[in-house]
Design a protein around this ligand. Sequence first.
Ligand code: GDP
Length: 452
Amino acid sequence: MVLAQLGGSISRALQQMSNATVIDEKVLNECLNEITRALLQSDVQFKLVRDMQTNIKKIVNLDDLAAGHNKRRIIQQAIFNELCKILDPGKPSFTPKKGKASVIMFVGLQGSGKTTTCTKYAFYHQKKGWKPALVCADTFRAGAFDQLKQNATKAKIPFYGSYMESDPVRIAAEGVERFKKENCDLIIVDTSGRHKQETALFEEMRQVAEATKPDLVIFVMDSSIGQAAFDQAQAFKKSVSVGAVIVTKMDGHAKGGGALSAVAATKSPVIFIGTGEHMDEFEVFDVKPFVSRLLGMGDWSGFMDKIHEVVPMDQQPELLQKLSEGNFTLRIMYEQFQNILKMGPIGQVFSMLPGFSAELMPKGREKESQAKIKRYMTMMDSMTNEELDSSNPKLMNESRMMRIARGSGRAVREVMEMLEEYKRLAKIWSKMKGLKIPKKGEMSALSRNMNA
Ligand code: GDP
């Protein structure tokens, strides 16, 4: 089960619970069983799921909750907190400081995406003004140095490695020394992987760590490894002091639950996720927005950040004003569709909202999504001003739908589908009613309010 589906299953379980007239022990148990099933199907380790269920039951003591308490909200909050707890080990990872040399060592199995991730990590920091450098201490895999060299050259990042030298410890030590002399502040050491965990790999890792004294060891894990994630992560942690995790291939159809388990195994936070093969398909990982998105609560802080980042200054107040009114008309939907098609970046803004991203614009099916949006717009072109500006769903009766279908040359069924899409988006939009326009830096407070 991919993570989006996991999120969907959890939200559905919560929804079913809130549809119940009375929330009693039976309803709560059904909801928790549903969530447990979804987590297990996503490859989250059994013990973690069981602990989570026990904890939620401890927190949500239905007998103690007086009438009038919003039980659904309390349960949802408990689930949110428990999922965050699994993903957040409670201590932040080492944070390198710009201008001061830090050595970052990458470890992981072969094929996990380690070499690609080293370059992504370097590239990400380079864009932020760091002076990164890459050292290829992978002498096990033929072609590893060439791959790193190619990536590094493309990103204009200095690199060090050798075709002749077969001792990874020596290369690592030489590379680190050289880049320290060159005043690089982020020296990234890519180590060898193996097809499976074995003594030789761990011994080599230990020696490289001893020679380079890394400030941070990052464990790179492929999100598709499933149930094996917990054991694999633990094995690496036992050999070197893993301080952070990067989960790769989150764009694929992998089950993502293993990643949650890996965090629990290493007790180290996930700091980035890889979302594609390209250098910039790399995202900072934050627990709370991630779990919010997972539960269909929307990534509000990311959303507001993106608005400030990509919407031209002069258009920000108007867009935020519309958001704060919470009155989502078909005309607003039309305008947002125009933005998505024309402006590109603003499409990214809306892709941060749960409804706009997963269902309307699934990743990898952009062409289809665009065709769908254009189809919807053609139908809306046949609408009257009254229809476009009304937020009364009852207005759209059968005869209006038939007229729109005729006018746009589409089937009535398609008009109905478009109106369903509108209702879905209006529901999401309505959550933003009363939104205060935050300045940069005020995002986390906003996020807390919106998620409460
Ligand atoms: P290594 O053996 O651990 O160094 O793995 P590589 O860096 O060579 O990556 C193995 C494969 O995974 C390559 O084809 C990469 O392009 C691909 N890859 C790495 N990260 C990602 C990611 O986040 N998403 C996708 N789709 N592919 C990735």
